[in-house]
Design a protein around this ligand. Structure first.
Ligand code: SF4
Length: 312
């Protein structure tokens, strides 16, 4: 063996490493240099034969890995599953974990070593880390999604606060809704009045916010493609119960004011239902007050039997 192949003997108490135990021995003189990427790049490469030997030694150090795992996981540490070379002279040992609620998880113990100058010594194996990790078939939590992205329509409850973000694309800073007023021809007058008095809203619907709402309403339950609208020849745009919206969406949407229909909902002018104000009631007297009398269900009683019963 060359000087580069020389190794040291591990101390007897070095096999008791745990998750919190940092390696105390076998740190090469280049350890400080390893702390920076530049220094690591300048570190001389380990001879491939030496490296293979060191990794074989660390892979065989199952007892050291098990002792470290038991120090953390106690009786939950099961059989040794495998040893995976993670990097230069670093190997992860995996043990099955028998823990309630952690089906498929494994104890992972990372062991490491390094070459030394002592040709007569065995390499020192140290414990770098002990962790409980999910295996291939482990039950794990779904990927984290920020609450703002998880929020869904209908989640808002009484007393809840749901602030629109400062950069919400559905809103733009303005005192008045120019699109809405432009459609009514009141833009200049209203803008002047509101700005002069410092009134109005801090933000109004952006064009994007307006388009999003129109798309939702048109393709939703009260749009022209809904089951209700498809089953009638009437449309809301010609119905007496239809209250058109004000502003830019007036031409396409309104609110239904029929308590027996889509009362209070925004409906498309192309939506419709059978409660349209022009709907004509079907001819006839309506529903019968009583079920039809079925004379085929009468019980036939023999005259003799009636006479016999009458003597009592
Ligand atoms: S009653 Fe029917 S047709 Fe009339 S506005 Fe309401 S949903 Fe539309």
């Amino acid at each position: 063996m060359t000087d580069a192949d020389s190794q040291t003997t591990p101390p007897a108490d070095d096999t008791s490493g745990t998750a919190s135990a940092a390696p105390e021995t076998a740190v090469p003189d280049t350890a400080d240099a390893d702390s920076s990427g530049d220094a690591a790049a300048e570190r001389p490469a380990i001879d491939p034969e030496v490296r293979a030997h060191l990794e074989a030694v660390v892979s065989a150090a199952v007892d050291i890995a098990r002792e470290a795992a038991v120090a953390v996981g106690e009786t939950s540490v099961g059989e040794h599953l495998d040893a995976v070379v993670e990097g230069e002279c670093t190997v992860s040992h995996h043990f099955s974990a028998d823990l309630p609620g952690y089906r498929g998880w494994v104890w992972c113990v990372v062991l490491a070593t390094c070459p030394t100058d002592d040709a007569d010594s065995d390499p020192v194996v140290t414990v770098s880390e002990v962790a409980l990790l999910p295996g291939d078939d482990a039950l794990t939590a779904p990927e984290w999604v920020p609450w703002a992205e998880r929020l869904a329509p209908g989640d808002l409850g009484p007393g809840d606060t749901l602030a629109a973000p400062p950069e919400d694309p559905r809103l733009v800073p303005n005192q008045v809704d120019a699109d809405e007023l432009e459609s009514t021809g009141l833009l200049d007058e209203a803008t002047d009045t509101h700005l002069a008095l410092g009134l109005g809203r801090r933000r109004v619907l952006s064009r994007e916010g307006r388009d999003e709402a129109a798309e939702r309403w048109y393709t939703g339950d009260h749009g022209p493609d809904s089951e209700m609208a498809s089953a009638t020849r009437f449309s809301c745009g010609t119905c007496g119960f239809y209250l058109p919206l004000a502003g830019a969406l007036r031409v396409a949407f309104g609110v239904c004011a029929n308590r027996y229909a889509a009362d209070g909902h925004v409906v498309s002018a192309e939506y419709g239902c059978g409660a349209h104000s022009d709907a004509v009631a079907p001819s006839g007297e309506g529903s019968p007050a009583y079920d039809a009398y079925d004379d085929g269900a009468i019980e036939v009683v023999a005259p003799h039997a009636v006479a016999t019963d009458s003597r009592h």
